[in-house]
Design a protein around this ligand. Structure first.
Ligand code: SF4
Length: 237
């Protein structure tokens, strides 16, 4: 997987040890928080990477806020885990879309389904929470679609995106979660490595962590769109 990465990122992925990566992530979040204050918000997907990022952010400043985008298709274990997280962290806001959609849109047009159920609520969260810097759990070794990101990006003008664990390996995420005893979604215990909506997520093995996402569609192993589509296009509405 790392052969596809640019040289600068590969040097960090392979050259830093676990402790150095943790320090780097804390420093990235700390610097961004100093610059953006309350405008810095964590996008918490409730996956393992987000759980690590949420924990790191809380070490930087316990008051840092976050948002969760949920959908009508999330597995019941994910919904239960979300309720536990929100009860523990009231500064986590939940966004979802209740817009009517055709039956099985996730099979016929998964891009449209994700646009309505995931991307639109993400745009709404960013607008309503006054986000100037959003923090994600994206990692460059997760799969073929995640090799071309940077730790600090500005894909939408005026909206910084911080990917503080971009250079972490899957093993290092689990190392961090174990060391700090961070609770995770129990679905990982069943063998899932990347979690999403129930109809679009399968258990797989192999190099590509995201290979179990959208199997059987053109989107297989791909992205829901929040990392690839503009997030500020409806600011003027
Ligand atoms: S992951 Fe599947 S069910 Fe969920 S929003 Fe995307 S296409 Fe729809």
């Amino acid at each position: 997987m790392t052969t596809e990465l640019n040289e600068d990122i590969r040097t960090l992925v392979d050259g830093l040890n676990f402790a150095q990566k943790v320090e780097r992530s804390l420093s990235l979040i700390g610097q961004a928080h100093a610059a953006h204050a309350d405008g810095l918000v964590v996008a918490n997907s409730l996956g393992k990477d987000s759980c690590a990022v949420w924990h790191l952010a809380k070490r930087v400043s316990p008051g840092i806020r976050g948002f969760i985008v949920t959908t009508r298709f999330k597995p019941k274990q994910t919904v239960q885990f979300m309720k536990r997280m929100v009860a523990r962290y009231p500064e986590l806001r939940v966004y979802r879309s209740d817009e009517p959609i055709p039956d099985r849109l996730y099979e016929t047009d998964p891009d449209r389904c994700c646009e309505i159920l995931k991307v639109e609520p993400t745009r709404r969260a960013i607008r309503e929470m006054g986000v100037t810097c959003w923090v994600t759990g994206l990692r460059c070794t997760e799969g073929r679609t995640r090799t071309d990101f940077k730790e600090i990006e500005e894909r939408d003008r005026g909206l910084i995106k911080l990917n503080p664990v971009l250079t972490w390996h899957e093993r290092e995420v689990w190392q961090y979660l174990a060391l700090y005893r961070v609770p995770v979604n129990p679905l990982y215990g069943q063998g899932y490595r990347s979690l999403g909506c129930e109809p679009c997520t399968k258990i797989t093995t192999g190099d590509d962590e995201r290979a179990g996402r959208w199997i059987g569609t053109s989107k297989c192993g791909g992205e829901c769109g929040i990392h690839t589509r503009p997030l500020k296009i409806d600011y003027q509405i």
